[in-house]
Design a protein around this ligand. Structure first.
Ligand code: SF4
Ligand code: SF4
Ligand code: FES
Length: 321
């Protein structure tokens, strides 16, 4: 291929537009190499950020066709195999305030990071003289979270953030909380869990976009689940989040199937379920998604258990302990 076209989302602080750039393409170029080529040879006004070019500074994350990637670590040849020629659209990260073209603001995200109390209070047995050592296995338990390069890719397609960031934090903030909460040297692990508990720990919708987008293979969605376990185990069992998890698990243990008609009142309480969700329920009846008789049956009785329910219970049982 001699030429390649990029569509790039532009923003000059006032107007937004999509600009097409066609340029000489050499196989083996990264997305970042193409952006640099465009800036140096076609349009010096194009703005983006990058530093290390080695996938370690996290500065170059952008979206390609709606998917967050590190520009310096993404080969255009690979993208062309997926998307084809003439179809690559480069945009700034999602769920972020755009400053200019592909450049997004980080101040607010860094402030959110502070909420996780990112700093280790070491156990009393440690001292400056003796050091603060941990066994290799203990270190491995949090090693993955320490790989975070703060690129923001996990937040870009987070469905909870897209819905509302008012009561939620970027997925990497939860990962940073988990790396201190799960560190064997920590004198007060719950300090980090309780910090994020107050900022949406139970609001994650488990879409796992953060897991699929992280270039370092970190799994923020699983860090969130682990901290929920810690919160419940330490007595934070009140509220719709813990009640929903408990109702969910009780259904699986009893029958292997969710009883969604009873899940809502058990999560939110009968009064809230009746008032808040009544219009939605009536719409489901009207559209034939739920029958009145079936709803009444599920309200008074559980589903019959699935075949081999005991096998499922054996899988769930260790999680109870
Ligand atoms: S799993 Fe949770 S934190 Fe991760 S992207 Fe989905 S909603 Fe966001
Ligand atoms: S968790 Fe992964 S995707 Fe999120 S900021 Fe850290 S390195 Fe980037
Ligand atoms: S330029 Fe540093 S991660 Fe891409």
């Amino acid at each position: 291929m001699d030429t390649l076209a990029f569509l790039i989302d532009r923003f000059d602080g006032k107007d937004t537009w999509c600009q097409r750039y066609t340029f000489a393409y050499r196989p083996g170029m990264t997305v970042l190499a193409c952006l640099i080529h465009i800036k140096e040879h076609l349009d010096p006004t194009l703005n983006f950020t990058a530093s290390c070019r080695s996938a370690i500074c996290g500065a170059c994350a952008v979206r390609v066709n709606g998917n967050a990637v590190l520009a310096c670590d993404t080969m255009v040849d690979d993208l062309l195999k997926i998307w084809g020629e003439g179809a690559l659209r480069i945009s700034p990260l999602g769920n972020a305030k755009v400053i200019s073209d592909l450049v997004v603001a980080w101040e607010e995200k860094i402030e959110h990071l502070r909420l996780a109390k990112p700093g280790l209070l070491a156990k009393h047995e440690f001292s400056a003289e003796k050091g603060c050592r941990q066994a290799p296995k203990e270190m491995q338990a949090v090693a993955k979270q320490w790989d975070c390069i703060l690129c923001g890719s996990c937040a870009s397609e987070c469905n909870k953030l897209s819905d509302s960031g008012e009561d939620f934090l970027e997925p990497f903030v939860f990962t940073h909380a988990a790396r201190y909460a799960e560190d064997s040297r920590s004198a007060d692990p719950m300090r980090h869990v309780e910090s994020v508990l107050a900022h949406g720990l139970w609001k994650c919708v488990h879409c796992m976009e953060c897991v699929t987008k992280c270039p370092k293979h970190i799994r923020p969605g699983e860090d969130i689940a682990a901290m929920r376990h810690m919160a419940v185990a330490s007595g934070h069992t009140d509220g719709p989040g813990p009640r929903h998890a408990e109702a969910f698990r009780t259904d699986l243990e009893k029958t292997g199937r969710l009883n969604e008609v009873r899940l809502v009142p058990r999560t939110e309480g009968m009064a809230s379920a009746a008032t808040k969700h009544l219009p939605f329920t009536l719409r489901m009846f009207a559209k034939g998604k739920l029958g009145v008789v079936e709803a009444a049956r599920l309200f008074v009785a559980d589903n019959p258990p699935v075949d081999n329910i005991d096998d499922l219970r054996k899988v769930i049982a260790p999680e109870r302990n």
